[in-house]
Design a protein around this ligand. Sequence first.
Ligand SMILES: Nc1ncnc2c1ncn2[C@@H]1O[C@H](COP(=O)(O)OP(=O)(O)O)[C@@H](O)[C@H]1O
Ligand SMILES: O=P(O)(O)OC[C@H]1O[C@H](OP(=O)(O)OP(=O)(O)O)[C@H](O)[C@@H]1O
Length: 194
Amino acid sequence: MSGRLIYLMGPSGSGKDSLLNAARERLAERGCLIARRVITRSAEAVGEDAIGVSPAEFDQQEAAGAFALSWRANGLAYGIPRQIDDWLAAGQDVLVNGSRGYLLKARERYPELLAILLQVDEAALRQRLHARGRESAEQIEARLARSRELQLPSASVAGDSDEGESQYLLNNSGPLDQTVTQLLQLLSDARACA
Ligand SMILES: Nc1ncnc2c1ncn2[C@@H]1O[C@H](COP(=O)(O)OP(=O)(O)O)[C@@H](O)[C@H]1O
Ligand SMILES: O=P(O)(O)OC[C@H]1O[C@H](OP(=O)(O)OP(=O)(O)O)[C@H](O)[C@@H]1O
């Protein structure tokens, strides 16, 4: 039996890490594991349950086949450890914090993946990114510009008509608790983490 990959994506600041942290225990109770990412972010700035490495270390690990998925964005490199393939093979569902820009590639490797797009309007995103204080004002504007570009009809990301029912929208404009409840409901509807 093989598990299903759940691919959570959304603009920087939309609340992916917050949602995963808030839902972690309840997801674990349902047998759903959350992959820990490897990111070329300094240890202090990692700010999530991720492993910070240097760009050289990242390239080395990537070349050695350490990642099931890896991508570059926002001047950083992100990797999802190969270990998720063992979990999936053992029948466990696995949730990853993914990238909208990398969705099609991820689908090539995991055709059955369940994509979830977390959404928040731009004014709230800007406000949340500033409040988080991890990036400079310039970096924040670059992330907002990337989000606008990825929303264009020409962008090969979420929203393509052939994505079918394996893609869900999840709004995080309200309280986080509400989004956690909606995530769990959505997973039940999709018969994931059942
Ligand atoms: N539902 C919410 N309401 C208010 N603030 C939120 C909500 N979800 C997340 N945040 C805040 O928004 C900021 C960005 O969230 P984060 O989880 O880091 O986003 P992402 O991982 O998608 O970049 C954080 O400071 C977080 O505390
Ligand atoms: O293609 P995109 O959808 O724009 O995604 C690109 C990357 O940006 C986000 O990471 P970020 O560094 O903002 O950290 P985050 O996970 O805290 O959002 C996201 O998690 C992706 O790794």
